[in-house]
Design a protein around this ligand. Sequence first.
Ligand code: SAM
Ligand code: SF4
Length: 335
Amino acid sequence: MERCSVAQQQLEDIYHRKFYYLRLSVTDVCNFKCTYCLPDGYKPSGRRNSSFLNLPEISRVVKAFADCGTSKVRITGGEPTLRKDFTEIVNVISQTQGIEKVAMTTNGYRMKRQVEDWRQAGLSHINVSVDSLDPRLFHQITGENKFHDVMDGIERAFEVGYEQVKVNVVLMKDLNHHQLPQFLQWIKTRPIQLRFIELMQTGEMNDLFKNHHVSGVAIRNQLIANGWLLKPRGQSDGPAQVFYHPDYLGEIGLIMPYEKDFCETCNRLRVSAMGKLHLCLFGEHGVDLRDLLEDDTQEAQLIERIQHHLQTKKVSHFLHDGNTGMTPHLASIGG
Ligand code: SAM
Ligand code: SF4
C-alpha cells in the first residue's frame, strides 16, 4: 500500500485544524473505581460479539492514521495495561512508519513490574494518574489502596530510563484542590510534569460535578504570581498549558476544557476499543471503522471514511451548555 500524498491526505477539518495525534483506546475494562469515572467499577456492556480491537486491527488503524500525518499515538482505556498483549500493542505501534511518539495513560497499577518491558517495546511517554499524595485520599478517590504501588511504579520508570513522567491529577474542590503545596514540593526535585485536569461532566455523573468541579484558573494565577512561566506548545502536544520555574525540576500542566477557545487548538482524534472513530470526547456516537480493518487491502476506503467523517467535526465540545453528549464516562471511549 502506498503512503498517501501529504498534500492530499493530511487530516484537516473545515476549521483548518490539523490532526497529528491519535488517542487509541484498547479496552474499556478497568480495575479501579475512580469516583469521577467508574464509581461502581467496570460493568461489561452485555453487547453481543463485543471484543476489543485485536493486534492486526490496531496495526491497520494506526498505519492509516500515520499515512495521513499522525505522528503521536496515545494508548488509553479503561486501563490499557489489563490487556495481556499490551506490550505487543506498544511494539506494533512503535514500529509503524511515521509514528514518532508512543504514549500511554495508565492508573499505574502494573507499572512497577512491567515498565521496563514497555520501554523496550518502544513506549516513549508515560502519563500516570495520581489524584492525591495522601494515601488515604488516593484510596477514597480511586477505590483502591494502591498508592504506594503506583509511586513505586513512577520511581521504577525513572530507573529504567524515562527522563520525564507525566502525572494526571483530576482537580476536585474540597478533595485535592488545596494540595497544590504538597504537589509542588514533590516535583521540586523530580522531573515530573504534573497535570491538573478540570473535572469534566459525563453522562453518568450525578452530583459529583456540581459538588466538586473547580476551575484551574486559581492555580494558574497562583503559579504566575510565584514566578512560573508558560512554555510554548508543540505541534502534537496535548491541550495542557504547561508552566516551568527555574527552581523546580518538574513542570505544571493545566487542562481546562471549560475555558473559552479550548477547542481551537484541538489536534487529536480518537478511536475506541470497539473500533469507532470519535471526533471529540463528547457529543457523538462515533463512526464504525471495524469493517475496514479486517485485512490489509482496505486502507484507501478506511482513510476516505475517516476524512469524510472528519469534515463533520464541530467547532467546540459545547460542554459549557451542559452538553455531555453520548459519553457515559471517559473509560468508555478512552479519556
Ligand atoms: N485508566 C487510565 C488512567 O486512569 O490513567 C487511563 C484511562 S482514564 C479514562 C484517562 C484520564 O482521564 C485519567 O487521567 C483520568 O483521571 C481522567 N478522567 C477520567 N474521568 C474524568 C473526568 N470525568 N474528568 C476529568 N478527567 C477524567
Ligand atoms: Fe479506571 Fe482510569 Fe477510569 Fe480510574 S480514570 S476508573 S483508573 S479508567
